[in-house]
Design a protein around this ligand. Structure first.
Ligand code: ADE
Length: 985
């Protein structure tokens, strides 16, 4: 044993060499894990010394020592066995060693060294004991960071050095390593040789194989992922393998196929009773009404017996059935025309594509002598595919009996094998029958009765037996009707509802049968007020009127002159106050004591509205600086407005481009007349207008952050929930003000909210119909209106019932836009599908990271029954409560859904990356100290974190919370995967 070996022999007893591997390293050699002899060669034989000792687990520690510090010209070589390169292109050699400080050894100056050399030699195969140092290439001279002294030895302080060197590119199948000592006192405790790889991983529903990085550390290996089972490519999933074995820059993704939904990173079959018709990032949905799915993984639900799905019906639509037959089939006939009329079926089968077919049969005296007669007659508009419940028949013969059968049909009628039911009526065209009565007049009306009279038919061959008077409530659309008979050509119909419109028609009965019904007449009962006490009272009034007819005529004439003919004069002269009063009388004032909105269209002269509600600005006070957008009427610019005695302010200027016609000027300025009536911190403020010179301009306060939708998209994930709720509170407050004023916006959407530099949100874009013309989201409905479908309440789409309640629906959609950072409501669904799915009860799910309380409020705004939706005053106070009590915003919708179970408490994961590495990889390095301070310093503990924990350790931005939680889930996968593969410490 040479000088130094005496020191080492006892020193290395008791050293514990940590044996670990990282998942992105493939170890080619680790001397600490070789159980038997290493078999390395030394040259000369008395140079390096191999010592094998046992650690506390009784595993060998192979140590090589040399310490010929007293003798000059040392050249001692230690050579490894041949090491297979495997897939490595670049290898890493990690050496652990101790080195003795020469100054601490007496009498060795000149001979003692403090470095050694590392060499390698590439070979395709092992070549036994042959060793020629000249064939070896030097990797580096290795010096110790820390050397030890005699004193350290005494104190048994171990100064273990770790040095790592890279070698590559490697080309041959394997290599040798060699260590040259030139007179140092060294103990080589372990040698680990490895190469790096990006390990197999699952991301975005794709799997990425083990990948060896490029030798050139600046270039990445692009790896295409393979979609996991039951998933398919949306955008090619890719990851890039970095030189350090880290996966970088995930691009693209796979999505679960039809019949499968994503649960915890895998695609799971839809449960029975659920389906998923489209591949995508959506959940399985419950089967639509009247349909079922029995097995798992259904892509569509099968219709119940008796229900069908038409070829073009989307899978999301309920199954439907053929309609019931039409009701109340009637006819009206004159010499040349026969009009058939009926009421729609009581059951439309759940569809809207209702049509009718008419079939005609002409029958002889015997009941079975019938033949089809469509070809003989003319039907207007046509006999088949009628969309209105009426058809006119001409070219019929007199003295014939026609039977008309009306059949209701819809898109699934052809799919049903059940016999179809029809409504039938037989019409005799014998011209000898009774004739029609003349016009029906209303003699008087009271709250419960209407008195009618009519002219008798001019020619009747047979005497009139009586008249049948048929009537029904107009609103009920003939769902049921009543009739009464009278011998006189007049009747008092009683038992009616007050202030209700009724429809009347009359037919004559003679011995020859009934005449056709007269045309319909509509009359209304009077209101239920005490000033008209009873029917008798009403009769009295009429009698009085008859007696004093002349007086009444004079009074009436005067009344008409004042209220009717002269109305145009009053309309033009009315001030806004008068108009408010008129509005009030018309029932439009929603809130007493608050100034109300006046529709500029009620002004005969729109310039008057401009004068009343806006201030004219001298254009010399305006400085236009930049074009910031384009409106329907011209450019929108930003600039400055000077007002004498005030500070110059930033403004937005809407211009009316040249060549406009008067109507365009009026429509353009209409918005200013509306805006000028408002004064609220959450409504865009009108500074004034320029109308007396060209270009005509509207000047409003400048909102630095532009429209809310694009602002949120640009700052995805940047705000705290409280900030988002603050924005929503502002919008709700502006909307409360508008609804208190009696103004219905009709186009409330994030794109029509502007945001200033303090994140204050203000409602903008006023002008009703014009706004919708301007709005790229507005689409034409079947009724011809232009409506932003995704933001609009169902009743406003179906029958244009716009109200503050329909604005509340739109507000719910704005909430959703805000909480999803500007996502498009209903994503890529078509407008038609949006309408159908809303009708079927579907509502937008909570955006990721959305507090339960806010989603509940959205759902409240989206109630089908508009009176059940919250008023804006309720919305403001609800949001105020949330802001005052932020803990109410903590439960998130996803917390309530089943999160993947945390790994078991005692799971022992390999430490394959540090928490810091992991945070770096997800670009969240700024939170390292938060994780450490809260004790989340192992991946094991991070994998068990909930969204609660993430928030509690101080990650406030929702976007960051989202990124961390989803990465935690990926991490759980990786850890589980590693565990399955058996990579244990
Ligand atoms: N775009 C339209 N109106 C605007 C305003 N008032 N401020 C900023 N940008 C706008």
């Amino acid at each position: 044993m040479s000088f130094g070996n005496r020191f080492f022999a006892s020193l290395f007893l008791g050293i514990t060499i940590s044996r670990f591997s990282r998942c992105n390293q493939v170890v080619l050699l680790d001397t600490t894990s070789v159980l038997g002899e290493l078999g390395w060669k030394t040259y000369p034989i008395n140079g390096w010394d191999a010592i094998t000792e046992m650690d506390e687990h009784n595993r060998p520690i192979h140590t090589f020592q040399v310490c010929n510090v007293m003798e000059p010209n040392q050249n001692n070589w230690l050579r490894s066995n041949w090491i297979s390169r495997q897939a490595a292109q670049k290898i890493y050699v990690e050496l652990r060693f101790t080195l003795r400080d020469c100054n601490s050894i007496p009498w060795v100056s000149g001979t003692c060294k403090e470095t050694f050399n590392l060499f390698y030699h590439e070979m395709d195969e092992a070549h036994g004991v042959k060793f020629k140092p000249s064939q070896y290439t030097k990797i580096d001279t290795i010096a110790a960071d820390e050397s030890f002294t005699q004193m350290d030895l005494g104190d048994r302080i171990l100064k273990l050095n770790t040095e790592v060197r890279e070698v590559g590119p490697m080309t041959k199948k394997g290599f040798y390593l060699a260590f040259q000592d030139i007179g140092a006192c060294i103990a080589l405790v372990s040698v680990r040789v490895y190469y790096k790889k990006c390990p197999f991983t699952l991301m975005n529903l794709a799997s990425f194989p083990d990948t060896v990085p490029r030798v050139d550390s600046s270039s990445l290996v692009e790896v295409r992922g393979a979609c996991i089972d039951h998933a398919e490519e949306r955008d090619t999933p890719k990851l890039f393998c970095g030189a350090d074995g880290d996966w970088l820059v995930p691009l693209g993704r796979c999505v679960c196929s039809i019949g499968y939904e994503e649960i915890d990173g895998s695609c799971v079959a839809c449960r029975p009773g659920f389906y998923k018709a489209y591949a995508g990032n959506i959940k399985c949905s419950k089967c639509p009404p009247h349909s079922l799915s029995y097995g798992e993984g259904a892509s569509i639900c099968r219709c119940e017996k008796g229900f069908y799905r038409a070829e073009k019906d989307p899978p999301t639509m309920a199954c439907t059935r053929p309609p019931s037959p039409p009701r109340n089939l009637m006819f009206n006939m004159n010499d040349t025309c026969l009009m058939l009329e009926w009421s729609p079926p009581s059951d439309t089968g759940g569809r809207r594509d209702l049509t009718y077919n008419v079939q005609c049969k002409r029958c002889g005296p015997a009941p079975n002598q019938c033949q089809l007669c469509e070809d003989e007659l003319r039907f207007l508009p046509r006999p088949l595919g009628l969309t209105n419940a009426t058809v006119t028949v001409t070219d019929f013969s007199s003295h014939a009996n026609y039977t008309f059968e009306i059949e209701s049909l819809n898109g699934v009628s052809d799919l049903s094998s059940f016999p179809r039911q029809v409504a039938a009526i037989t019409v005799s065209t014998d011209q000898g029958g009774p004739s029609l009565v003349g016009a029906i007049k209303k003699d008087w009306a009271s709250p419960n009765s209407i008195a009618l009279s009519w002219q008798q038919p001019e020619e009747t061959t047979l005497p009139i037996i009586d008249y049948e008077v048929k009537y029904y409530e107009k609103e009920q659309e003939q769902l049921s009707y009543s009739s009464t008979r009278t011998r006189a050509p007049s009747v008092i119909v009683s038992g009616l509802k007050p202030a209700t419109w009724y429809v009347f028609n009359v037919r004559t009965r003679t011995a020859g049968g009934y005449s056709a019904y007269s045309p319909k007449y509509e009359y209304q009962t009077t209101g239920d007020s005490s000033d008209i006490a009873s029917d008798q009272g009403q009769v009295l009034v009429i009698v009085t009127a008859a007696v004093g007819g002349f007086t009444l005529l004079v009074i009436l004439t005067l009344f008409l002159l004042i209220t009717g003919r002269c109305q145009w004069y009053f309309k033009a002269k009315m001030t806004s106050e008068d108009k408010r009063r008129t509005d009030y009388q018309n029932g439009h004032v929603p809130f007493p004591g608050i100034k109300t909105y006046v529709d500029p269209d009620t002004y005969e002269d729109p310039t008057q509205a401009i004068h009343e509600f806006t201030k004219e600005i001298d254009p010399s006070r305006i400085r236009i600086e930049r074009v910031i957008g384009a409106g329907e009427f011209g450019e929108v610019c930003s600039g400055r407005l000077r007002t004498p005695g005030k500070k110059e302010i930033a403004v937005a200027i809407k211009t009316l481009k040249g060549g406009y016609v008067e109507r365009q000027r009026r429509d353009f300025l209409r918005e200013a007349s509306i805006m000028g009536q408002f004064d609220h911190p959450n409504i865009i403020r009108l500074e004034g207008v320029v109308t007396k010179s060209r270009p005509v301009m509207i000047v409003v306060e400048y909102m630095e952050n532009g429209s809310l939708d694009s602002f949120l998209r640009q700052h995805d994930g940047h705000f705290t929930v409280i900030q988002l709720v603050g924005m929503l509170r502002g919008i709700a407050s502006g909307m409360k003000y508008l609804s208190d004023m009696g103004y219905v916006h009709r186009d409330l959407a994030a794109r029509n909210i502007l945001v200033n530099s303090n994140l204050v949100c203000k409602v903008s874009d006023f002008g009703l119909s014009r706004v919708l013309e301007d709005d790229p989201e507005a689409a034409y409905t079947t009724t011809g209106g232009k409506i932003p479908i995704r933001w609009t309440a169902p009743e406003a789409i179906a029958y244009r019932k716009f109200s503050s309640a329909s604005d509340a629906w739109s507000y719910g959609i704005v909430m959703w836009e805000v909480m999803s950072y500007g996502e498009r409501p209903y994503w890529e669904m078509s407008n038609q599908d949006v309408i159908l799915s809303i009708e079927e009860g579907y509502r937008l799910p909570a955006p990721m990271g959305c507090p339960v309380a806010l989603h509940q409020l959205m759902l409240h705004c989206w109630q089908k029954e508009r009176n059940h939706r919250p008023k804006f005053v309720d919305i403001v106070s609800f949001l105020d409560k949330l802001i005052r009590n932020p803990s109410s915003l903590l439960p998130l919708v996803e917390d309530l859904q089943s999160l993947p179970e945390s790994p078991a408490e005692d799971m022992d994961y390999p430490m394959f990356v540090s928490v810091g590495d992991w945070l770096d990889s997800i670009k969240m390095s700024q939170y390292k100290s938060n994780f450490m301070a809260a004790g989340f310093n192992t991946l094991d503990s991070v994998a068990r974190m909930s969204i609660e924990d993430v928030r509690r350790i101080g990650v406030e931005l929702i976007g960051h919370q989202r990124r961390i939680v989803s990465s935690v889930q990926t991490l759980q996968f990786q850890l589980l995967h590693e565990q399955e593969k058996g990579f244990h410490v």
